[in-house]
Design a protein around this ligand. Structure first.
Ligand SMILES: C[S@@+](CC[C@H](N)C(=O)[O-])C[C@H]1O[C@@H](n2cnc3c(N)ncnc32)[C@H](O)[C@@H]1O
Length: 213
C-alpha cells in the first residue's frame, strides 16, 4: 500500500482578518485563493505562499485517477496549514471544474465531511501531521529538493508513506524532518507538488503492479 500525504497544504477558509477587504468581498467562495485575493493577502503572515487550492486540486486529480488507485493500493490524505487532515475515500472521483472543487472544499472545511449524508467521500479531522503519520504503516519518505539525491524506483517499498509538500514556496511548516525515515530529492530543480505525486505513483506502479525490473 502507498500512503500519499500532501503536507502543509495551503488550503484554508478566508481568514477573518481579511474577510472585509474589498478584494475578498466580491467573491462567493470562502476558500482563500491567491489568484483572486492577492491584494488582501499581503497583510497575512506567510501570505506569499498561502491560498493555493489549485495545488490540492491538481494533485488529487492525478492521484485519484491513477492506475494505482484503481488497483486499490493507494490512500490519500491532505494535511493543511491549519492542522486539518482530509481523509479521501479511494472511491472518490474528483470534480474537474476548479470553481466547483473549491465549493466542495468549503463545504468540507465548514461541515467536516462531504456529502453530509451517507458514506463520507471526504472527511476533515483536526489532526497534526505527526498524529497522522503515527497511524500510517510503511517507510516514511519525505520528498524535498534539499534531500539526498535518490532514484524513485530504488526507494519505493511495498508499504510506503510518501510525504510531499502541498505548498508553492518556502519549507515545511510542520516538524516533518524528525518524522521521516529518509529525505529524498528526485531532481536537481524544484518541481510542482503534482509532478512529484505523479512520479511517485508511476514508480510504485512500475515496481509493484507491472513488476518492471
Ligand atoms: C513546489 S515544491 C515546494 C517548494 C519548496 N521550496 C520546498 O523546498 O519544498 C512542492 C513539493 O514538491 C516536492 N518536491 C519539489 N521538487 C522536488 C525535488 N526536486 N525532489 C523531491 N521533491 C521535490 C517537495 O515535497 C516539495 O515540498
Amino acid at each position: 500500500m502507498m500512503h500519499l500525504v500532501l503536507a502543509d497544504s495551503e488550503l484554508e477558509l478566508i481568514p477573518e482578518k481579511i474577510a472585509g477587504h474589498p478584494s475578498v468581498r466580491g467573491y462567493r467562495s470562502r476558500i482563500l485563493d491567491s489568484s483572486l485575493h492577492h491584494n488582501a493577502m499581503k497583510s497575512l503572515k506567510g501570505g506569499y505562499r498561502r491560498g493555493r487550492p489549485d495545488i490540492v486540486h491538481i494533485s488529487l486529480l492525478v492521484a485519484m485517477e491513477s492506475i494505482l488507485n484503481r488497483e486499490g493500493m493507494l490512500r490519500v490524505y491532505i494535511h493543511t496549514r491549519g492542522d486539518t487532515v482530509i481523509y479521501i475515500n479511494p472511491e472518490t472521483r474528483i470534480i474537474k471544474n476548479y470553481g466547483r472543487f473549491k465549493g466542495l472544499m468549503q463545504q468540507l472545511l465548514e461541515r467536516g465531511r462531504v456529502p453530509s449524508n451517507g458514506e463520507a467521500l471526504m472527511e476533515a479531522r483536526n489532526e497534526t501531521l505527526a498524529q497522522l503519520l503515527e497511524k500510517l504503516d510503511g517507510r516514511k519518505i519525505l520528498f524535498s529538493p534539499e534531500g539526498k539525491r535518490g532514484s524513485m524506483g530504488e526507494i519505493m517499498e511495498e508499504d510506503v508513506v510518501c510525504i510531499i509538500g502541498g505548498f508553492p514556496h518556502g519549507d515545511f511548516l510542520s516538524p516533518v524532518y524528525d518524522m521521516a525515515d529518509e529525505v529524498v530529492s528526485i531532481y536537481h530543480e524544484v518541481l510542482p507538488a503534482w509532478t512529484v505525486v505523479m512520479e511517485a505513483i508511476v514508480s510504485y506502479e512500475n515496481k509493484f503492479i507491472f513488476r518492471q525490473p
